[in-house]
Write a protein that binds this ligand. Structure first.
Ligand SMILES: Cc1ncc(COP(=O)(O)O)c(C=O)c1O
Length: 387
């Protein structure tokens, strides 16, 4: 292994980017890539977006940090916008998805006044710090790091009866994703999220929806639970909220907010002015027209993938611009991703046989068509058959 100075936490592609613009990235040789990954569902408005960039530069020209000990109108404005979009009340700002989930778990336990159990779904992913890692329903992420935090239970995703059976008098909250992103873009059965809402309400248990990957427009609604017409008690967001500047948020109902007092929780950097400036712009850009555009582009991509009629594809699933392609056993998604990279397209993978496609909201239909052609060529090359 070549010494890079970095801890070996990622297996990295041998490509180094030196510039980005819109849906495009450029490596140090000047080669152009179309970004169908968005830094794993982060840069929804692409690279170097002029309005987001100007908002950030304006803040950079002023001050960079003051501390949450002081009032900030831009922070309050963003909180009010997130509360309005979510149907909830108040926001805690942090720096990442895992921190947003940590805060949600802590707030749920505080609200629970002794109720401590948190139920989550097998196959789900909620982050890498101890609370969110304990909620994550995939043992491979925890291996070697035990013991985890006590009080966490996992049940089958999409199985409402299993969840009902797991709830006890000690249950404070259920946390789920509406689509399991890291788990392979797994969509639950119809009405699962709605039934979950009803089940939690009936048992006085909080429903936490982890929107870190699905939120901020990715599925064609501001929050993905809005497809199900429900309102959770707590919503976690991060990734796309500031288009690449680190920011996370935990959005809470009034009932949850009421138990949180000064000193209950905190973060030195959370809600940093530069990230807040970017996020205020992202939220303003994400209007009804933009959300409809995401739905329309997602449909073009999904229809295009179905239209390729590739027998090695076992399943295509997802919503909006969050799409997973599952291949038959023996076809390596990593190999496909590497070949697409050679052809100038960035995509993601999940496990051995799922390809994850997370293009920016500013992608065009022409770029989608180019991607579909490259994808077909890659599958033909790998399988030795023409499609
Ligand atoms: C649903 C979900 N929750 C939480 C996280 C953790 O976010 P972060 O990597 O910003 O800590 C992720 C990251 O992939 C995620 O997909």
């Amino acid at each position: 292994m070549n010494y890079s100075g970095l801890l070996n936490t990622y297996s990295r592609y041998p490509v180094e980017f030196s510039a980005g613009s819109g849906a495009y990235l450029y490596d140090d040789t000047g080669k152009e890539y179309v970004d169908f990954l968005c830094g794993i569902a982060v840069t929804g408005f692409g690279h170097n977006h002029p309005e987001i960039k100007n908002a950030v530069l304006k803040q950079v020209d002023s001050f960079w940090h003051v501390s949450n000990l002081f009032t900030s109108t831009p922070q309050q404005n963003l909180a009010k916008k997130l509360a309005r979009h979510s149907g909830l009340d108040s926001v805690f700002f942090c720096n990442s998805g895992t921190e947003a989930v940590e805060a949600a778990i802590k707030f749920a336990r505080k609200w629970g006044k002794g109720k401590y159990e948190i139920i989550s779904a097998l196959g789900g992913f909620h982050g890498r710090t101890y609370g969110s890692l304990s909620a994550t329903g995939n043992y491979k992420f925890a291996e070697g790091f035990e013991p985890l935090v006590p009080g966490f239970k996992h049940v089958d995703y999409g199985n409402i009866s299993a969840l009902e059976a797991a709830i006890t008098a000690d249950t404070a909250a259920v946390i789920v994703e509406t689509i399991q992103g890291e788990g392979g873009v797994i969509t639950p059965p119809q009405n699962y999220i709605k039934d979950l809402r009803a089940l939690c309400s009936a048992n006085n248990v909080l429903l936490i929806i982890d929107e870190v990957q699905t939120g901020i427009g990715r599925t064609g609604k501001f929050f993905s639970y809005q497809h199900e017409e429900i309102i959770p008690d707590i919503v976690t967001v991060a990734k796309g909220i500031a288009n690449g500047i680190p920011l996370g948020a935990t959005i809470c109902s009034k009932e949850v907010a009421e138990v949180i007092k000064p000193g209950s929780h905190g973060s030195t950097f959370g809600g940093n002015p530069i990230a807040i400036a970017a996020a205020n712009k992202v939220v303003d850009l994400l209007d009804e027209e933009q959300l409809n555009n995401i739905t329309e582009l997602g449909k073009t991509l999904m229809d295009g993938l179905y239209g390729l009629d590739i027998p090695q594809i076992k399943n295509i699933r997802g919503r909006g611009l969050m799409i997973g392609i599952e291949f038959a056993a023996g076809i390596s998604s990593k190999q496909i991703a590497s070949k697409l990279l050679e052809k100038g397209f960035l995509v993601g993978t999940s496990g051995d046989n799922v390809l994850r496609i997370l293009p920016p909201f500013i992608i065009t239909k022409t770029e989608i068509m180019k991607f579909l052609l490259a994808f077909r060529r890659v599958i033909s090359d790998i399988s030795g058959k023409q499609f």
